[in-house]
Write a protein that binds this ligand. Sequence first.
Ligand code: UDP
Length: 340
Amino acid sequence: MTDKITVLVTGGGGYIGSHAVLALRDGGWPVVVLDDESNSTGVLVPADVPYVKGSIADRALVAATLRDHRIGAIMHFAGSILVAESVTDPLKYYRNNTQASLVLIEEVVAAGIPHFVFSSTAAIYGAPERLPIDEDDPKLPINPYGVSKWMTEQMLADAARPSASSKVHDFNYAALRYFNVAGADPQLRSGQIGRTSTHIVKIATEAALEKRPHVDVFGVDYPTPDGSCIRDYIHVSDLAAAHVAALEKLIERPSENLLLNCGYGTGLSVIEVLDALDTVVQRKVPRVIGPRRPGDPPQLVASNRALVETLDWTPAHADIHRIISDALAWERKLADGTPV
Ligand code: UDP
């Protein structure tokens, strides 16, 4: 049984961070959230969770938060997340993701906090030639978002570098590399909010509820069986559970770091996702076949062997129909105006 140390969740007000907060609390971990509300409002954070409004780049605030709340581990989600924006405003990504993470890591080291779980991304692999993607495959990100996350991983690797004989600094870390995260908390305590998402499951559920007229299919001329792009979709609650399992493993094995792809290892095409939506809603949601979206690699599928073998983690919602029906239920809740 792991001792329950207090976990600081940066970006805990956001989509994935708020699900991690729920998973930690469900597991009995004391949690504190630090969030600057640049892309959230705090509404997804349970009212009884201590909530610090501010930035991870605010060194004094981070130091005080770590000290005042006796933080024993970090889960770091805070950052900018839009791939397209990272191309048009790259320095924002190096500032908000890389530079701000450096401040956080420095304060974590100064405070002697022993464990760090980092929210990384499959974007660090770019457009890989080999599938499924292994953790040690080449890191060739094709946009500043992916580079900014890869740079943060490298800072952690160099700073932590635990081995039997030496550690540069006394902490270990997990880099969890997310594939396509979708769905919502099955109890509908959290989900994606905002109308700016470009993600297919969010858009598809909005179309199913007639919040938009149709779903655009971005290209059916890819070298895949039905011509549309293939991705590895993971339920956000399974991903959140993987964070808790990673933290437990870091505590259990303090001289090891964890580099883990987070997906189910199953590829689904855009057409297959939309077919699953039609099955869930039992009607044909209008789709419009259009041109490719620039920058989309044809296929991204994780090897999740390391995730499954290393962590005490079994996915509970590994089915696209389940992902879609939870996302849809959440979207209905938003449409009803039910207070979150
Ligand atoms: N996609 C689509 N229509 C949309 C949004 C996305 O056809 O309205 C496709 C997109 O081209 C990609 C896949 O769905 O092939 C997943 O895109 P998403 O933005 O959800 O995630 P990404 O893989 O880009 O992180």
